[in-house]
Design a protein around this ligand. Structure first.
Ligand SMILES: C[S@@+](CC[C@H](N)C(=O)[O-])C[C@H]1O[C@@H](n2cnc3c(N)ncnc32)[C@H](O)[C@@H]1O
Length: 475
């Protein structure tokens, strides 16, 4: 982060704009909207500034900029069309620790102004740190169309009720829950529909109920959320909403940093990555931790890679919650087979090559063997997807060959699928183990076996980024 975002209170504060053109006028207008006392210095002014001067809204010093004019100013804007003057204004302000913005010169700025969506008192500021102002403006336009004007009224209503809510609900946790319910429930629905009175009434009722319940312990909840195979864009809306609501998030190795970034900023993050030896104990530990946190009244998100109910032990985690009568929800996610196959251009079924598809775990037992129905897996006309198949790859290829598939039967490896670091190798049941060794393929990797693999050459569309080596960074 190159700039630290803050909102400055400039009401009745002296601010200086250097420059007399259109840009200077826009800057002066923006400062006036924040209630600042604005002085403009310029040898001459164009119409827009002249109008502000005439209306008495800004003080005008006709003439060239002089260093002493920055004394006592909270904020200075260098908005002339002369780069040397702007640089001089910036230098003088920086020497005196006065906040300065030089138009179109981020390197001369100690602050920059974001693009804003103004639903006062709700203000949304968007910045690209000066690198791509057009991108910031594009997002502002999108947000403008997404956020109804009623949100301003809603924020104002919340502001009027704030001190009463604080008095009725002294606990910070309870207030947080209360406001989340307000902004996610009937109060907001009424306000958005223009029923302001009903919104106020609903807020009063919600406050009375919350105050009545304030003596009872907070109820915790657990959300078992499928985070998909890695690309954050593959999260569901529901997953994102719950991630934004969480007090605590438990995640493991299959959660990509991009997904984790979307968790509420102040939520506690607990890494519970499992070492493959010591599995059982670790799983029990995770189950117990979920129960403990929920009993403390927390809203806990348990983030699982892919889909929690596909080779994710999600069933075990919620069984212990059900035993303890802790409320929970499960959110499905895009499973690795679906995500990785799609991003590799390998359709899992195809009218000509595969009329069915099996998802199996290729995790070898301690003996090194993999206990599966090999006869059924070695049938033609289907696709077989092996999760956790990398360690036992030589065994599973051998078993499929022994059970009747030909030497040249197509097979693929997809490493870190759907992420910028995705890599795909195609070969046959004979060559795949050798490819995995030579290319030092590492987890997480999915193995796809079947004639649909041929389609990769033609249908490949996602190529990742050659500069990205690892997304699932080992903890
Ligand atoms: C314990 S399973 C979890 C599966 C997960 N619940 C799902 O629905 O995708 C882990 C295995 O899924 C596969 N996997 C998960 N994410 C992957 C990814 N992004 N790329 C390749 N394989 C992945 C790998 O085979 C890995 O060993």
């Amino acid at each position: 982060m190159d700039f630290f975002p803050v909102f400055l209170k400039l009401h009745d504060q002296p601010c200086l704009v250097v420059g007399g053109g259109e840009v200077a006028a826009r800057k002066a207008e923006a400062l006036l909207r924040a209630g600042a006392r604005v002085t403009v210095v310029a040898p001459e002014t164009d119409d827009a500034l002249a109008a502000l001067i005439e209306q008495g809204r800004v003080t005008y010093h006709a003439g060239v900029f002089a260093p002493e004019q920055v004394e006592g100013q909270r904020v200075v804007v260098a908005a002339t069309d002369d780069e040397a003057v702007n640089a001089e204004v910036s230098r003088i302000c920086r020497e005196r620790n006065i906040l300065v913005n030089a138009v179109d010169a981020p390197e001369l700025c100690t602050y920059i102004t974001p693009a804003i969506v103004d639903r006062s008192p709700l203000l949304i500021a968007i910045s690209s740190g000066g690198d791509a102002p057009v991108l910031a403006r594009l997002w502002r336009a999108r947000l403008e169309s997404m956020i109804p004007a009623a949100y301003g009224r809603l924020a104002a209503l919340a502001g009027r009720m704030r001190s009463r809510v604080k008095a009725a609900l002294p606990s910070f946790e309870r207030r947080l829950r209360f406001w989340e319910q307000v902004f996610d429930g009937p109060v907001t629905t009424h306000m958005l529909a223009g029923r302001n009175d009903r919104a106020e009434q609903a807020l009063e009722e919600a406050l009375t109920q919350a105050a009545d319940e304030a003596g009872q312990p907070l109820t915790g909840e657990v959300y078992l959320v499928g985070a998909g195979p890695g690309d954050p864009d593959l999260l569901t809306f529901r997953a994102l909403r719950l991630m934004q609501r969480a007090d605590v998030v438990l995640y493991d190795r299959l959660i990509s940093p991009g997904v984790l970034e979307l968790v509420r900023k102040d939520a506690e993050r607990i890494y519970v990555g499992k070492a493959s030896r010591n599995h059982t104990l670790r799983q029990e530990g995770i189950n117990a931790l979920l129960v403990k946190l929920a009993k403390e009244g927390k809203r806990v998100v348990r983030l699982k890679g892919g889909d929690p109910f596909i080779f994710g032990r999600g069933g075990e985690e919620i069984a212990s919650l059900a035993d303890e009568r802790i409320p929970f929800e499960v959110v499905p996610g895009i499973t690795a087979a679906s995500g990785c196959a799609t991003y590799a251009g390998i359709p899992l079924t195809h009218r000509d090559y595969a009329q069915s598809c099996q998802f199996v775990t290729g995790h070898p037992a301690k003996s090194g063997e993999i206990d599966l129905d090999w006869e059924s897996l070695a049938r033609r006309g289907q696709t077989v997807v092996f999760y956790m198949g990398l360690a036992g790859l030589p065994v599973l290829c051998r078993k499929l060959l022994e059970n009747g598939l030909p030497d040249d039967w197509p097979a693929a490896l997809i490493q870190q699928g759907t992420t910028a670091a995705q890599k795909v190798w195609t070969g046959t049941l004979t060559t795949l183990p050798e490819i995995a060794e030579r290319e030092e393929v590492r987890a997480p990797t999915l193995v796809i076996v079947g004639e649909v693999v041929h389609l990769h050459d033609k249908l490949e569309w996602f190529r990742g980024d050659k500069n990205v080596d690892n997304v699932f960074v080992a903890k």
